[in-house]
Design a protein around this ligand. Sequence first.
Ligand SMILES: *Cc1c(COP(=O)(O)O)cnc(C)c1O
Length: 216
Amino acid sequence: MSISQNIIKLEKSLPKGVRLIAVSKTKPKSQLLEAYHSGQRSFGENKIQEMTEKWGQLPKDIDWHMIGHVQTNKVKYMAPFVHLIHAVDSFKLLREIQKQAEKNERNIGCLIQIRIAKEETKFGLPAHELVKMIDLAEQLPNINIRGLMGMASFTSDENQVRTEFKTLAALYKETRTSSPECKILSMGMSGDYQLAIEEGSNMIRVGSKIFGERNK
Ligand SMILES: *Cc1c(COP(=O)(O)O)cnc(C)c1O
């Protein structure tokens, strides 16, 4: 199947209210354009340099989502245009985003990435620091915290993945009671987005199911 057929089929299968981010990392411009022409406007990248290059070369009505780990010293390159940063997981990073957003006279939407996977990973904020992070963000005028993001363990154990999604969904629900402007729960990729949606995800990040396997 072609990229546009993949997108159309996927979009049709999604419940109302679930947004699809097409993860286009490592893929050439021509393939992003094919997705664009079938109506896709939200793209996810995990490298700031690659995203910035694509932003410069592709239509301006695309929403660019930074879904990967962000190095503080590179925030400045995406600050003029990034739509949503999914993986904010430190105070230092949040302060840098504030600084660069202010310079560009814009507000930047952020999701806080929570460490939910049982497997060893250095990315993601421990859940117990979430409240502190949201308190800090409230003092940063150019930051809009719009929700939470998480990645489940890379495992074929469905129960494990479901449990991790449940943990994040519960945290999201809790967060929403005090911060109603948090409306996004970004969880689910090609291999687990159906589970994620069952557990309450309203934003999925899908790459290989649309564009095919990535060459390393
Ligand atoms: C690459 C990536 C995805 C998409 O992965 P697929 O398995 O190709 O759908 C989603 N989220 C993040 C953070 C990624 O880095």
